[in-house]
Design a protein around this ligand. Structure first.
Ligand code: ATP
Length: 148
């Protein structure tokens, strides 16, 4: 996106609130808060190409892990890694929205905030690739290079 043009979200009308009936109980409030959280998750997946790429890669990793019979602990490490990247992507989206809300104009601090948030996603993605190599490497080595 052009860095000085407002994000498409900034030019759209505010999203419709969830049904605005006052929750009757603490449990109803609790359930409603899940609605807000899922809306945030859905927004990230709908609007962030990186998030969709991440979901596609996650699916491949899980299928490959099942084919290679990864252990439970190896799967657990992969899930922690996958969630770290996705959470970084979501906070990057938060930072972008907050910056666009504060200023549509060029500002060095806005640039730093967005660049660092994007850098956090990149750092988590690089480390996830390294962790993936550590976990899949030995299994793939056995598959491709072991002498039977
Ligand atoms: N208000 C601003 N002031 C200064 N620099 C900005 C500003 N907005 C964006 N930038 C610069 O442009 C880069 C891209 O910003 P942008 O909001 O388009 O992010 P993006 O990663 O392309 O987001 P999207 O996921 O919405 O495509 C930022 O990393 C930052 O360097």
């Amino acid at each position: 996106m052009n860095q000085l043009s407002p994000s498409p979200e900034a030019t759209k009308p505010a999203p419709a609130p969830l049904p605005n009936t006052a929750p009757k109980s603490e449990f109803a409030k609790f359930v409603r808060s899940f609605g807000y959280a899922f809306r945030g998750l859905g927004y990230t997946i709908r609007t962030q190409r990186n998030a969709r790429v991440h979901i596609a890669v996650t699916s491949l990793v899980i299928v490959l892990g099942a084919i290679l019979h990864l252990s439970a602990i190896e799967f657990a490490i992969l899930l922690v890694t996958i969630s770290a990247v996705f959470i970084a992507e979501m906070f990057n989206t938060v930072i972008e929205a907050c910056v666009d809300l504060i200023t549509p104009d060029y500002h060095p601090l806005a640039r730093i905030a967005k660049d660092v948030a994007a850098g956090a996603v990149l750092a988590s993605a690089i480390f996830s690739i390294l962790i993936g190599l550590c976990i899949f490497g030995p299994h793939l080595w056995v598959v491709f290079f072991s002498v039977h």
